[in-house]
Design a protein around this ligand. Structure first.
Ligand code: PNS
Length: 160
């Protein structure tokens, strides 16, 4: 069983994430999209809300599973017999930090990291930017699945 994990905050999931998920799903028998819980990071959506959105927008891929984890990613990999971490690279600026993490994870546990260049149409896309644009009423409909856009607009309205 070739199993990979695609970790992130997913606050919320974007079309850029979905592009990487779909392409990974064709490379591996199973892809686990793992919401990594970082208690020091303020998020707009709860872990359950983020997982719920992820489950709905990844329904089309039967070999994609959604999970959450608090702790080291390599411990998640060990516990779930996952040998590969998938990371999307949007631009060279992502590379420095991602390389450092990949090397640390390799050193900690021998788990490999696969860097997947994102589709260039999403090279500028980040959940944080999407939230900022949407906060001030900008149109983010081309950047998110419709269901996620709906929930984002609703959450931002609740916060006003
Ligand atoms: O979507 P993000 O916030 O850019 O994802 C970053 C994430 C969650 C993938 C990264 O911070 C991570 O792997 N965190 C888990 C904790 C861990 O293993 N830290 C050591 C990394 S070498």
């Amino acid at each position: 069983m070739r199993r990979a994990v695609y970790p992130g905050s997913y606050d919320p999931v974007t079309n850029g994430h979905l592009d990487v998920i779909g392409r990974s799903a064709s490379l591996f028998d199973e892809v686990v999209v793992a919401v990594l819980i970082n208690k020091n990071k303020r998020t707009l959506f709860t872990v359950d809300e983020r997982m719920d959105m992820l489950r709905m927008v990844t329904e089309q891929w039967p070999n994609v599973r959604v999970d959450a984890w608090h702790g080291l990613l390599v411990d998640y990999c060990r516990e779930h017999e996952i040998g590969v971490i998938v990371k999307g690279l949007r631009a060279v600026s992502d590379f420095d930090y991602e390389l450092q993490m990949a090397q640390m994870n390799l050193q900690l546990s021998g788990v490999e990291t696969l860097f997947m260049p994102t589709n260039p149409i999403y090279s500028f896309l980040a959940s944080s930017l999407v939230k900022e644009v949407a906060t001030y009423g900008g149109d983010v409909s081309s950047l998110l699945p419709p269901l996620v856009e709906q929930r984002l607009v609703q959450r931002l309205a609740e916060q006003r």
